[in-house]
Design a protein around this ligand. Structure first.
Ligand code: GLN
Ligand code: ZN
Length: 755
């Protein structure tokens, strides 16, 4: 059996690309030096895969920033405002990615969006009326040749035309339809060129196919590929899909002249069923995505071999074992982990280890007695149990959750009255989202403590001083609801993970998030519980510094789950409930310690919203929203629960957001139009709202007038008694000076409104 890898991580084993890019942006290294670093990364990646015995290895899976942006470049989809800068090719590329602000002009970066259901972000290409689609094949061609020179015959990975057209934005009168033919022709020409260069395979990634498709979409896809496949040169085409199943278009896809089709058997709930029901053509290769490209657990060989033999029964020998998606979404290698013991490590497979798995499984699939092989026996031992992963008390507690535990009483309107009377806040109460600037000294203090250079007492004393100063500042500014500033946190998920039993951490397990930035998600290893109070001492101390109400700050269970590597031995629903119970304990402790307002952030609630609308509730919201309610359902009526989301894209799930049953929700609104507020009104949204009145992602200080204007628009759509005044996200990435100036203006604006 042959093996295939959809794509490989490209940041470099020790994040070489990130560090080199940063140096390049600062002018510390030349373009040639940056390109050499990139070349070394590509070389190492290719040889790793080759040495592991992978048969289908991708080239052109590398990118300096993002491969959707690369595709825009490939087709000359470069908005005029960037071309007008008159920069060279590389500089133009980075101008689109990061914006440009220097002697030649001032242009913002293109928008960035989440890549399907991952935490990777792509750059949104923009088609303008005068966009002239023109092929510039130098990147895929040169990376193919480079690989060939290294002795690796690659399949050339490309984002497919359908996905590209669907993800792009059309800023003028011309729409997708108007660019379709040109784009199709460019791909056809590209394939011809690749064929001429000696490429045997091209892999066209069309993940958009796993979404809900309309008849128009299906026609668009067929139109494009009918042309491409009719013009087809010598190069074979692998149509690659991932992040779900292609139930809306499976029959069409298998009827077209592709040479190979990649299907996701991990996230594609219906993939197996589709293949069974509609069959699979004998003249094509099926690239079966059975090794999870997104998660970090070892593959269960018994299960995978079972799937493979079932597939063989239905469709014969033309099966290639593949990753379920690009390995971009997992870290490089376990070799870099020095602190985790073998007891833990043996259960994980990062990119390099997945190569070994692919080759190993393929070999077993060909053997007559796989179950007797050492590799198989060793593998199966992993699934008999894991050290430190079970906690019966936690499991019993989850099993004992009753329906009424998901409901807070009395109902919202009753509580609203009680809270208004108790808290006595003015109209348009002012507050912040929680964090204050994490200045150099704050980070240094944390690092020193981690390195053992200072004692716990010294570490805490410093933070207390910071909290006291932060509160004095908020009082001076005149904010109504005070926060402690979150100086003890590096990251809103890692911090809680570190303080919960059931988590493990890595040192170098970085995963690309946007550009060359990476995140290092913690791993949910076992049953999760709270070891001891986490934030209580800080909030208690903060409360002792002021007479004003102090808001306690927590991260919600859905966000904690979504920004971790989840378990595979229990459902993510079950894991989320365990986390919810742990955070619930913290909520109740905060309340018992006199904290009257508690914010439970759900910054990543939308992250795992299924790609198909039809699955939104049944596969996700139906348990995620109750899990959030479980966290706060035990508090007294007078305790006010806030939640926060970093975005306002919930127009289509407003009832679900309201059903979180928080008392107040803050979210981003300053950058988006106010459409969300119209929708809230239409939906009779009951929760009080704090739509961010200014954008904290920029150092700009908003004027009083500007904030008054934003608030005035909000008042047209939200009852005065429900409107809060706050920035749109935490202030930790901001400087101290602009933060103070901005908040002074914010409080002033609220006062003007009250008057
Ligand atoms: N409370 C967090 C903060 O203020 C929220 C962060 C976020 O929403 N991403 O930093
Ligand atoms: Zn936020």
């Amino acid at each position: 059996m042959k093996t295939s890898v959809v794509g490989y991580p490209r940041i470099g084993k020790t994040r070489e690309l990130k560090f080199a890019s940063e140096k390049f942006f600062k002018g510390e290294i030349s373009e040639v030096e940056l390109k050499n670093v990139a070349k070394e990364i590509r070389k190492a990646n290719l040889l790793k895969q080759k040495d592991a015995g992978i048969d289908f290895i991708s080239s052109n899976d590398f990118s300096f920033y993002d491969n959707v942006l690369d595709t825009a470049f490939l087709l000359n989809v470069i908005p005029a405002r960037y071309k007008q800068l008159g920069l060279g090719e590389t500089e133009t590329y980075f101008a689109l990615a990061r914006g440009y602000q220097a002697e030649k002009g001032n242009v913002k970066a293109l928008a960035m969006k989440k890549w399907f259901n991952t935490n990777y972000h792509y750059i949104v290409p923009e088609f303008e009326d005068d966009t002239e689609v023109k092929l510039n094949a130098s990147k895929p061609v040169s990376e193919f040749k480079e690989a060939k020179a290294l002795g690796v015959d690659t399949k050339v990975q490309l984002i497919g035309p359908f996905t590209l057209l669907k993800l792009a934005k059309y800023t003028g009168d011309k729409k997708l339809e108007d660019f379709k033919d040109k784009v199709t022709d460019a791909y056809a020409a590209l394939l011809e060129q690749l064929g001429a260069e000696g490429a045997e395979w091209a892999q066209l990634d069309e993940p958009y196919l796993v979404r809900d498709l309309t008849d128009t979409d299906i026609k668009l896809f067929s139109d494009i590929y009918n042309v491409i496949l009719a013009k087809k040169s010598s190069v074979k085409i692998l149509l690659e899909t991932y992040f779900g199943d292609i139930r809306d278009i499976y029959e069409t896809v298998i009827s077209l002249g592709f040479d190979g089709i990649g299907l996701d058997f991990i996230e594609g709930r219906k993939t197996k069923e589709l293949v069974k029901e509609f069959g699979f053509p004998k003249d094509k290769l099926l690239f079966a995505g059975l090794v999870n490209g997104k998660n970090i657990w070892r593959n269960n060989y018994e299960k995978t071999l079972g799937e493979l033999s079932e597939l063989k029964e239905t469709i014969g020998d033309s099966v290639v074992l593949s990753t379920s998606c690009s390995l971009l979404h997992v870290p490089y290698t376990l070799d870099s982990e020095t602190k985790l013991t073998e007891d833990y490590k043996k259960h994980f497979a990062f990119a390099e280890e997945k190569l070994v798995e692919l080759a190993g499984i393929a070999e077993l699939a060909d053997s007559s007695d796989a179950a007797a092989a050492d590799a198989y026996i060793e593998n199966q031992k992993l699934f008999a149990g894991r050290v430190d992963s079970k906690d019966e008390a936690v499991q019993e507690r989850v099993a004992a959750i009753k329906d009424e535990d998901y409901t807070r009483l009395p109902d919202f309107f009753e509580r609203e009255k009680i809270q208004k009377a108790k808290l006595g806040l003015p109209l348009f109460p002012t507050t912040t989202i929680g964090s204050f600037p994490q200045t150099q000294d704050v980070r240094k203090n944390r690092q020193n403590f981690r390195k053992g250079l200072i004692t716990k007492e010294q570490y805490e004393e410093f933070n207390k001083k910071k909290i006291a100063d932060c509160i004095a500042l908020q009082e001076e500014i005149g904010l109504d609801v005070i926060v402690h500033g979150e100086y003890e946190r590096n990251d809103m998920v890692e911090y809680f993970g570190e303080n919960l039993a059931g988590y493990v951490f890595t040192e170098k397990a970085w995963v690309q998030s946007y550009g060359t930035r990476c995140v290092k998600p913690p791993i949910i290893w076992g049953d999760v519980s709270r070891k001891s109070p986490i934030t209580v001492p800080w909030s208690k101390y903060a409360k002792s510094c002021t007479e004003k109400p102090v808001k306690g700050m927590l991260t919600g269970p859905v966000t904690i789950l979504n920004w971790s590597f989840p378990r595979e031995d229990i459902s993510i629903k079950e894991s989320t409930l365990q986390i919810a119970l742990a955070i619930r304990d913290e909520v109740l402790d905060l309340e018992a310690n006199g904290i009257d307002i508690i914010q439970i952030d759900e910054a990543a609630l939308r992250e795992k919203l299924p790609l198909r609308k039809s699955d939104w509730y049944s596969q996700y919201l139906d348990w995620a929203i109750p899990a959030f309610r479980l966290v706060h359902s035990g508090v007294k009526p007078e305790t006010q629960i806030h939640t926060h989301m970093c975005y306002s894209e919930f127009t289509d799930i407003i009832p679900a957001i309201d059903a979180m049953d928080a008392d107040v929700i803050t979210f981003e609104a300053s950058r988006s139009d106010l459409q969300i507020l119209d929708s809230l009104k239409e939906n009779n949204f009951k929760t009080e709202v704090g739509p961010g009145v200014y954008d904290i992602h920029s150092p700009r200080v908003p004027s009083v007038d500007e904030i008054v204007e934003a608030l005035t628009k909000m008042r047209d759509r939200i009852e005065d008694s429900k409107l809060w005044v706050n920035p749109d996200c935490g202030l930790k990435t901001r400087g101290e000076t602009e933060t103070k100036a901005s908040l002074i203006n914010l409080v002033e604006a609220a006062k003007i409104l009250r008057a």
